[in-house]
Design a protein around this ligand. Sequence first.
Ligand code: NAP
Length: 288
Amino acid sequence: MAELKNINSPLRLNNGVTIPCVGYGTFRTPADVAEQAVADAIEVGYRHIDTAAVYGNEEAVGKGIKDSGINRHRLFVTSKLWNTERGYESTKKALDESLEKLGMDYLDLYLIHWPANQKQFGDRAAEINAETWRAMEDAYHEGKIRALGLSNFMPHHVIDLMKTAKVAPAVDQIEVHPGWPHTQEVKYLQAHNILVEAWGPLGGQGAKVLTNPTMEKLAAKYGKTTAQISLRWILQQGVLPLPKSVHPDRMVQNTQIFDFELSDEDMKTISELPNLGGQCKDPDEVDF
Ligand SMILES: NC(=O)c1ccc[n+]([C@@H]2O[C@H](COP(=O)([O-])OP(=O)(O)OC[C@H]3O[C@@H](n4cnc5c(N)ncnc54)[C@H](OP(=O)(O)O)[C@@H]3O)[C@@H](O)[C@H]2O)c1
């Protein structure tokens, strides 16, 4: 932790690529807002942008990046393969479409958005994930992606994938926030040299994380906001948060998390909070 000084302090992935330790999220940011929001985020200092094909805003995100005037090579851009595009050929095609929409010739990180699960695909689930991954590995070797990762993969999905993977996943992006800590999963992934990214780090739209009385008490104690307490709690676990806001004042607030440290006791208190809402989905149970 000591070496993390600001949102762009680098973390090293298992393939040597570095990633800014806080990213800017764009889920539920409509295309007509995303261009300005992304330009604003870059203006206030974010260099790591997280989008996905299914957000329907890749074109606007790409424009926002262009508007910022910051050289592409100084930014870290992630996108994700949507569930309808799994499989070898469709993955390669979907990646090319994302690149075209973003107006880029490479991504820094490309993720499988959700694992194919047994509920939907029975015994074929593992094979579908393996074929999707094989396409991503080929794109990685072709230079279209600098790092490969997963999203919403629980340890048992990772174990299955590793049976055939030739390139180990560098990242797993899962839901992590107070009330939904995924503690065992985070420990497992970190022990296997996979960087964990926290989606919904503030609990997402409408969750009770930011108005929880314990969080409010801690915010008063540290002279910070509940959003900053949540983000700091994530960072102190070695997890990379991806806060989303379309408001420049909140974008800035969400970067000001490097001038205080939560005590071990307060970390534990937050980790033990009851469920406070969020999406809290089980990837083995989703039917999308
Ligand atoms: N891989 C996945 O399956 C997956 C799923 C969900 C999300 N994600 C990624 O993770 C990112 C973050 O998740 P998220 O967007 O669901 O939720 P989030 O970042 O936890 O929360 C965003 C919500 O909090 C509000 N907010 C932001 N900063 C605030 C602050 N300082 N004070 C008070 N409210 C604040 C935002 O409103 P305003 O915008 O109005 O400020 C928005 O309603 C996404 O944008 C996306 O990039 C990935």
